[in-house]
Write a protein that binds this ligand. Sequence first.
Ligand code: GDP
Length: 299
Amino acid sequence: MVILRCRFITINLAPIRPSHFQSHKILHTTRFFRTPNLISTPRITSSSLPTTRSISDEARFARSVRFIPPGVEIEELTDDMVLPGSNIVIGPFAGHSQIKQVEFVKSSARARDCPKDDLPEIAILGRSNVGKSSLINCLVRKKEVALTSKKPGKTQLINHFLVNKSWYIVDLPGYGFAKVSDAAKTDWSAFTKGYFLNRDTLVCVLLLIDASVPPQKIDLDCANWLGRNNVPLTFVFTKCDKMKAAKGKRPDENIKAFQQIIRENFKQHPPWILTSSVSGLGRDELLLHMSQLRNYWDQ
Ligand code: GDP
C-alpha cells in the first residue's frame, strides 16, 4: 500500500535527474483497480509504462505534466479530456460531483477524535488568508460553512462536513499566522501532521496556494512535507480573478514561478487547478476532480 501511494505522488525531493524518466518499470494498471483505498495510486506515471512502448513527444510531454487518472491510456489522451485551467485529465471514475447537501458533523482536536465511519474525505489546507473559507463556501454554495477559528493562538480544530451523506470535506486549521508564537506553530505542526499520518480515509489534500502573491516558502515547505510523507495532494490556486496585482507580479506569473519550483522538487507534477471564489472559476472542475478521486478510492 505504501509503495502504491508513493507511485501516485511520485515524489522525489531531489532535483529531477534524467534517470527518473529513463527507467520505465512495468506496472500493470489493472492492479490499481483491484486495490481499494488507494486513490493515492491513480496516476499512471512514466515508471508505469512498459519499456518496449514507443511514445510520441507529445505523449511524453503529457505524461510529465498532466495528472492522468486510472482508466485513461496515455495514447488515447485528447485535449478535451483535460479540465480547463488545470493539468487534470478526467477519466471514467469522474461522476456525480455537485453538492446537494452539507452538514457540519464535528470539530476534533486530534486525528483519533475524527469521525469513525470510514467515509472518504478530502481535506482542505492552506496558509491563513489563502481563501480557504471562501473556497469551501463556494464549493458548497453556502455562506459561513467553514468554521475554522481564524484567531492566532486559539484552539485549532479539524472540522468535518458531511457532503451528500457520503463523503467529508475536512477544513483544517490554516498555517502561517504572522503573529503566532513559536509554541503555537509547533502545535499546528504536531496536530496537523498527526492527522495526515494517521487518517486512513484521507483521499487527498487540497493544498491552497494564493495566486496573488509570489511563491511562499511556508507553502513549499508544506508541499514538500506532504510529498515526503506520500500524502496525495492537489494544488488549488486561489484568487485567480486578481489578474492585476496591487504590487509585484500577476497571478499567472506567480503560478508559473510556483510550478517551476514544484517541478524541480517533484518527480511528476501533482494535479493543479486554478480557482476563484469570487468569479466561480474552477469550481465545477474542482468538484469533478474530487469526484474521480473519491469514486476511485471508494470502489
Ligand atoms: P482563509 O483565512 O484562508 O479562510 O481566507 P478567507 O476565505 O477568509 O479569505 C481571505 C481574504 O481573501 C478575504 O478578504 C477574502 O475576501 C479574499 N478572497 C478569498 N478568496 C478570494 C478570491 O477568490 N478572489 C479574491 N479576489 N479574493 C478572495
